[in-house]
Design a protein around this ligand. Structure first.
Ligand code: SF4
Length: 340
């Protein structure tokens, strides 16, 4: 789909610098010449004004279990109507959604949606929340924030599945607009972010810390890639940062890599590596640790950190049963950082 005949929206978070514009939505801070786009491919300088080319343009709309995001402590057992557009501000060589994150206009059929459409579709599917996912929601900021406000007015909740690559000011704008985030921490070294993702780790850490401080419900996903980000000290360092800077009640999901896109010469993550990371995280003081993308035993269930009761019994993305009282442990009443 061409964007030329469509009334796309002026973007937020930019300033003019001579005949160029500087975008300040994400840490790339692209300086964009007239008729050119930023690195994400969806924000364009048109005569000194920056435009979002994807306002109200969805590439994918699908009802998913909220556990698929993964969000295990946010409205467990409910459906989330999930929307994605195109583009991304990171360039991960192992991207599992590259057909939409790297799509150009014209590659995919796009559906035009208004904020009101988003609400009506979510209500029609019985969803309790709307997820902004599949591609990077940060670069869809103008639409996701406007539509999320409409979603809230209808009494539903919202969430981002995000790489956390956003500057502080736009992130602060998500307070009271986005209820939950699953943030990918893709590794715990700057070298990985530079070589594999074309970005930096520090701004992602800053975003995680700010999101928690702002009261957004945060869960983290760490995809373990053999030989790239699976060193014992790296996993230990990541877990220590979670406990020290975010708190031990932040849920952490370790997930399994499979060869994809440009990273096809690396093998799948052995189950033993995931189990080891699970144990390291538990010993570090993280209360809620999960293993995903592989068949596991109890490592996708939630246990009360105080009395050990299995409070959510899952089978992959499906909730078999719960033992919760208003988000607390149904047996001993302990706090579980659970939004219900
Ligand atoms: S959001 Fe896009 S245009 Fe803006 S700084 Fe990031 S990559 Fe560049």
């Amino acid at each position: 789909m061409s964007t030329s005949g469509l009334d796309r929206r002026e973007a937020k978070f930019y300033a003019t610098e001579g005949d160029k514009v500087r975008c300040s939505l994400c840490p790339h801070s692209c300086l964009i010449a007239d008729k050119k786009r930023g690195l994400c491919g969806v924000r364009e300088n048109r005569g000194g004004k920056l435009y979002s080319l994807i306002y109200g343009l969805a590439s994918s709309i699908h009802p998913d279990p909220i556990e698929k995001k993964p969000l295990f402590h946010f409205l467990p057992g409910t459906t989330s109507l999930s929307f994605g557009s195109i583009g991304c501000n990171l360039f991960c060589r192992h991207c599992q959604n590259y057909s939409i994150s790297r799509a150009r206009f014209g590659d995919l059929d796009m559906t035009e949606v208004t904020p009101e459409d988003v609400v009506k579709m979510a209500q029609a599917t019985g969803a309790k929340s709307v997820s902004w996912t599949y591609n990077e929601p940060i670069i869809w900021h103008e639409f996701t924030t406007t539509a999320s406000k409409a979603v809230h007015e209808a009494g539903l909740k919202t969430n981002y599945v995000t790489n956390g690559y956003i500057q502080g000011e736009p992130l602060r704008e998500l307070k009271g607009v986005i209820d939950a985030m699953n943030i990918d921490v893709k590794a715990f070294t700057e070298s990985f972010y530079k070589e594999i993702c074309g970005g930096r780790l520090k701004p992602v850490m800053d975003s995680c810390e700010l999101a928690v401080e702002m009261g957004i419900h945060v869960e983290l996903t760490y995809l373990i890639i053999p030989t790239k980000n699976d060193a014992d000290e790296e996993i230990r360092g990541f877990c220590k940062w979670v406990v020290d800077s975010l708190g031990g009640q932040i849920p952490v999901h370790f997930s399994a890599f499979h060869p994809d896109y440009k990273l096809t010469n690396v093998s799948r993550t052995p189950t033993g590596t995931l189990s080891k990371a699970y144990e390291v995280a538990k010993k570090s003081g993280i209360d809620f640790v999960y293993v995903g993308n592989v068949y596991v035993g109890d490592e996708d269930d939630t246990f009360c950190p105080k009395c050990g009761t299995r409070v959510v019994d899952r089978d992959g993305f499906w909730v078999r049963s719960t033992n919760l009282e208003g988000g607390r442990c149904g047996k001993c009443g302990a706090e579980l950082n659970m939004v219900v």
